[in-house]
Design a protein around this ligand. Structure first.
Ligand code: ROI
Length: 178
C-alpha cells in the first residue's frame, strides 16, 4: 500500500477532540485563530470542525456568553505534549487567569484522546464533566454522531438527556485553515 493509504494507527497517530470556548474579545476570531494554530502544531492536523454555538456561562453568571465549538485532530503528540501545545496557544492569545470558572479569551481543552482515560495532576481525559456539558457534546456530535466515551457511553445518548435549549447555533463562518 502507498504511504497515503496507511491508517492513522499505522502512522502512530491518535484521533483526539479539542473543545474550544471564548467569551472575551471577538469570540469568533479567537476561535478561528486557535483552530488554525492547532492545525499548525507539529505532527498534527485538523480533520473536522463543528458548528459554533453561543450559550450562557456555566459558573459565575456575571460574565459574557460563550461561543463554543470543537475540532477533531489527528496527532502524533502525546496527551501531555498536546496539553503543553494547547496551553502555549492560550498564552499567545493573551489569556490571563482571573477567577475560577471566570471569563477567558480562549479555552482549549482535550475533550477526548483516542480511547484513553487519563487521570493525572495536570490532565483529565475525557474532559471533567463532559457528560453534563451540552456546549461540548453538541459540537462533538456535529463532527461524529457515532462518537462514544471510553466508558462506552454514546455522546448522542448523553446529549439527549440534556436540555440543549440554551445553545444558539451561530452562522458558520467562512475561513480556511491556512
Ligand atoms: N460555560 C460555557 N457556556 N462555555 C464554556 O466553554 C465554559 N467554560 C468554562 C466554564 C467557566 C466552566 N464555563 C463555561 O471553563
Amino acid at each position: 500500500r502507498s504511504r497515503g493509504s496507511l491508517s492513522i494507527w499505522e502512522r502512530n497517530m491518535a484521533e483526539a477532540f479539542i473543545a474550544l470556548g471564548s467569551n472575551l474579545g471577538n469570540r469568533e476570531d479567537e476561535i478561528i485563530r486557535a483552530i488554525r494554530e492547532v492545525n499548525a502544531l507539529p505532527r498534527t492536523r485538523v480533520t473536522g470542525i463543528s458548528r459554533f454555538y453561543s450559550n450562557p456561562p456555566m459558573g459565575p453568571q456575571d460574565q459574557p456568553d460563550y461561543l463554543n465549538g470543537a475540532v477533531r485532530i489527528e496527532t502524533a503528540l502525546s496527551p501531555l505534549s498536546l496539553l503543553d501545545a494547547l496551553q502555549g496557544i492560550e498564552k499567545s492569545h493573551g489569556r490571563v487567569k482571573t477567577r475560577r470558572w471566570g471569563e477567558r479569551c480562549i479555552d482549549l481543552d482535550i475533550a477526548l484522546y483516542g480511547e484513553e482515560s487519563i487521570s493525572s495532576e495536570r490532565l483529565t481525559v475525557p474532559h471533567l464533566g463532559i457528560e453534563a456539558r451540552d456546549f461540548v457534546l453538541r459540537p462533538l456530535m456535529d463532527i461524529d454522531p457515532s462518537l462514544t466515551l471510553p466508558s462506552g457511553e454514546k455522546i448522542s445518548e448523553l446529549l439527549s438527556k440534556l436540555d440543549q435549549s440554551s445553545l444558539t447555533e451561530a452562522p458558520f463562518p467562512q475561513f480556511s485553515l491556512e
